[in-house]
Design a protein around this ligand. Structure first.
Ligand code: GDP
Ligand code: MG
Length: 166
């Protein structure tokens, strides 16, 4: 099995940490400059049963100018070609207009979107469900996986979920 997964989410939700943890070493190509490229390979994860290429998709956030609009369109084109999308959110942050904007664009791609609720280590166990419901009550997801990229919690479940779509 092999395929492509786009990793999307607002800054600071933990995308880089997740990729670095998955790959097991700090080799992921990370730039905090948004909208510099159409898409970048973050890393290629090779496992006995699967090879997954993780892609970064800058430009999916709200455009502020004409070039930005172009970038959003380019990002959406890329997204239609991936096997699945990891939409990463921070469990300690409220869902805001940034999330709504991205989620509407993601729904339009018709690709399976997996809600990855990161920073599980920072919340109480009983807080997880209401946080997840904020998203699942408004948008449809192919799967939901709570994780801690930093503490390496539940990453095997995330990969199992990802492999379903390859
Ligand atoms: P990105 O902008 O989405 O790539 O986010 P980063 O991976 O750079 O992470 C932003 C900050 O959140 C950093 O200080 C990380 O150490 C922290 N962080 C990322 N994942 C976790 C997590 O699972 N738990 C905790 N406590 N902190 C995290
Ligand atoms: Mg980053």
């Amino acid at each position: 099995k092999s395929g492509f997964i786009a990793v999307i989410g607002r800054p600071n939700v933990g995308k880089s940490t997740l990729i670095n943890t998955l790959i097991g070493q700090k080799i992921a190509i990370m730039s905090d400059k948004p909208q510099t490229t159409r898409n970048r390979i973050l890393c290629i994860l090779t496992q006995p049963d699967a090879q997954i290429v993780f892609l970064d998709t800058p430009g999916i956030h709200k455009p502020k100018h004409k070039l930005g609009e172009y970038m959003v369109k380019a990002a959406e084109g890329t997204l239609r070609e991936v096997d699945a999308i990891f939409f990463v959110v921070d469990a300690t942050e409220k869902m805001g207009p940034g999330e709504h904007y991205i989620l509407e664009r993601l729904q339009a791609t018709k690709r399976p979107v997996i809600l990855v609720v990161n920073k599980l280590d920072l919340i109480e166990r009983e807080q997880a469900l209401p946080i997840i419901s904020n998203y699942t009550s408004k948008y449809e997801f192919a799967g939901v996986v709570p994780i801690s990229a930093k503490e390496e919690m539940n990453l095997d479940s995330l990969l199992t979920e990802a492999k379903k779509y390859l």
